[in-house]
Write a protein that binds this ligand. Structure first.
Ligand SMILES: Nc1nc2c(c(=O)[nH]1)N[C@H]1C(S)=C(S)[C@@H](COP(=O)(O)O)O[C@H]1N2
Ligand SMILES: [Mo]
Length: 176
């Protein structure tokens, strides 16, 4: 019995010693550049591969984060990605869709949201791009995809390592 307990304690010690190594490894896996981008709309998941994304029309924008020198970014408008996933952003939003929001999630679980209506060109003034190139090169550690909101004065919504984009119905059924 005593020797079994000793084995248990040795195992426990080994597990604890192994923990820092495991967590570093988990972070590496979380930014796997081969993983697809997921777009979730009303229970439907659209998975876009890097080659499909590369084949979509791209837009060029020059913008700088903080005080660094401006970079030449190239990316796909978020509205085009959402239209491809079935969101009716190609015509003016109406009704309940005006209470929806778009949540963008990164590999490190960082999240930001936009009102869907702010992405409707007839209402909002927010150009949002999912960029896959910076100065003619892939994004490396910040990629494969990063959000770019050129008009933002601070790059807090320039989400690095984007993995999931979801449209969430924010309407409530309760009356005020
Ligand atoms: N995935 C992810 N993206 C992120 C963040 C983060 O913590 N995780 N921080 C944001 C904030 S607050 C800023 S200011 C910018 C910083 O970008 P930079 O490292 O290119 O300067 O990234 C944004 N994108
Ligand atoms: Mo920031």
């Amino acid at each position: 019995m005593l020797s079994r307990f000793g084995t248990f304690r040795r195992c426990l010690l080994m597990c604890l010693v192994g923990l820092p190594v495991l967590s570093i490894h988990a972070a590496d896996v979380a930014v796997d550049p081969t993983s697809n981008l997921q777009i979730r709309v009303a229970g439907k998941v659209t998975s876009l591969s890097a080659s499909v994304l590369a084949g979509m029309p791209h837009v060029d924008v020059t913008a700088a984060a903080h005080d660094e020198a401006p970079s030449a970014w190239r990316g796909v408008p978020l509205t085009d990605l959402l239209v491809r996933a079935g969101v009716a952003l190609d015509k003016p939003l109406r009704g309940r869709d005006l209470a929806s929001f778009v949540r963008v999630t990164a590999a490190d679980r960082y999240q930001v949201v936009f009102a869907l209506s702010d992405l409707d060109p007839t209402l909002g003034h927010n150009q949002v791009l999912l960029v896959d190139q910076r100065n003619g090169k892939p994004l490396d550690k910040d990629g494969p995809y990063r959000l770019l909101v050129p008009a933002d004065k601070r790059p807090a919504r320039w989400v690095r390592n984007v993995t999931v984009i979801e449209v969430v119905d924010g309407a409530t059924s309760t009356r005020p």
